[in-house]
Write a protein that binds this ligand. Structure first.
Ligand SMILES: [Zn+2]
Length: 73
């Protein structure tokens, strides 16, 4: 004899609206920004500052100075 395994199955399909309504509560959190102690620019916590390249009071990466894009005239 085979054992009958019963799986919980939904009786009715949820409508598109119902699923979408539920997902209205899915929100992304704001990134945890903190002021860089070196340049005071807001940066992500526990990350190297992208503006001055400092982390833990010392320069970790070299920051390339961006040149302004010349617009074609
Ligand atoms: Zn910085």
């Amino acid at each position: 004899m085979k054992e009958v395994v019963s799986v919980a199955l939904p009786k009715r399909r949820h409508s598109k609206t119902r699923g979408r309504k539920r997902r209205t509560h899915w929100k992304t959190a704001q990134p945890n920004l903190a002021a860089c102690p070196q340049c005071k620019h807001p940066k992500l916590a526990h990350r190297v500052c992208p503006v001055c390249g400092y982390y833990d009071g010392r320069q970790v990466i070299e920051v390339k100075v961006k040149e302004k894009k010349k617009k074609k005239q």
